[in-house]
Design a protein around this ligand. Structure first.
Ligand code: FE2
Ligand code: FE2
Length: 337
């Protein structure tokens, strides 16, 4: 076949010029400009907070949170290599995925360092790293991810319409439910703690992870938008309904975790508010997919609004002072965050 392949046509296209999807190359370049390292994060204040400032309810919250972080990004990285890289057929898009894979490794390193710092006791540490096996509310989230990894694991080539829909559902799941919901919930706990004056080291590293995850989602949404433009019939009513059901399931899964995380009773952070926040995030994801909102929830967390401003400020400060990389042209921020 001599025709130009579409993005989801199977194969390993190597042609960079003429470039079919310059937007993916630009995303790759933006990501390179956004480089950070774990060594820049200062955890020294956190250690003092952990020793002296936390009650039992907050301590439980943090234990659960770091236990989730212990494996979350490794799961995302595995899906990226096993399921996404293979099927997104443009070399410039694969450059972005390579960079994303590095960033996921960086996140794994960040949380590894965090757990090693927060949990000096080897027994507690081993327990946190094994949470995916032992803690039901974390196990449930992992099972949700594995189910969607497995749904296309056997696909060598996505040839048929049905196979392409299966692929898109996997991609949508990882962008909307895992990066865009499970991780955003975790970030909300971190910024709640920061709003109480706690764990600023964790919060400062989270700023960078937060921005990375927003970019990962933006890339996924652009892949989905492109595939939809090239093959509009892929987005039928059944696929749209499946996306809504998937988001509902993810909200329930994350709520099971919230009930556990907040079981000690954390002042100013109720399961009811967390549900509303998750529904708000889910609606944002639907909007980013070009689909109508489903939950009609507003953001109940004022401390996440503050996050918008801080994220932007930190990003520009960093670009100018820390790295001396000139700020030129438009910097696209996720409209929602
Ligand atoms: Fe990540
Ligand atoms: Fe990610």
């Amino acid at each position: 076949m001599s025709h130009t392949p579409r993005l989801l046509d199977p194969g390993f296209d190597l042609t960079l010029r003429p470039m079919r999807y310059p937007q993916f190359y630009e995303m790759y370049r933006d990501a390179i400009r956004n480089t950070w390292t774990v060594e820049e994060v200062d955890f020294s204040l956190d250690v003092n907070d952990l020793k002296h400032k936390l009650g039992p309810a907050e301590r439980h919250l943090i234990e659960r949170l770091v236990a989730f972080f212990a494996t979350g990004d490794s799961i995302v990285a595995n899906n990226l290599v096993l399921n996404l890289y293979q099927h997104i057929n443009a070399p410039e898009a694969r450059m972005y995925l390579s960079r994303q894979l590095y960033e996921e490794a960086l996140h794994v390193q960040f949380y590894l360092t965090l757990l090693d710092t927060y949990l000096p006791d080897p027994v507690a540490r081993a327990k946190a790293f094994a949470a995916v096996e032992n803690i039901p509310s974390i196990r449930a989230k992992a099972e949700f991810c594995f189910k969607w990894i497995d749904s296309i694991q056997g696909l060598q080539r996505i040839e048929t319409v049905e196979q392409r829909r299966q692929f898109l559902l996997n991609l949508i799941c990882f962008a909307c439910c895992i990066e865009g919901l499970f991780f955003f919930a975790a970030f909300a706990y971190v910024y709640y703690l920061r709003s109480r004056g706690l764990l600023h080291g964790l919060a400062s590293g989270t700023n960078w992870v937060f921005r990375d995850e927003s970019c990962h989602m933006a890339f996924a949404f652009e892949v989905i938008r492109t595939a939809r433009e090239e093959e509009p019939h892929l987005f039928d009513d059944e696929l749209k309904a499946q996306v809504v059901r998937m988001l509902e399931e993810a909200v329930e899964c994350e709520m099971q975790f919230a009930q556990d995380v907040l079981s000690g009773g954390v002042a100013g952070l109720s399961p009811k508010d967390m549900r509303q926040y998750l529904q708000y995030c889910a609606d944002q994801r639907l909007a980013q997919l070009g689909l109508p909102k489903h939950f009609n929830a507003t953001n109940p967390f004022a401390f996440m609004d503050l996050q918008d401003v801080q994220e932007v400020t930190n990003f520009f400060e960093r670009r100018v002072s820390a790295y001396q990389v000139g700020v030129e042209g438009e910097v696209a921020f996720d409209a929602a965050f």
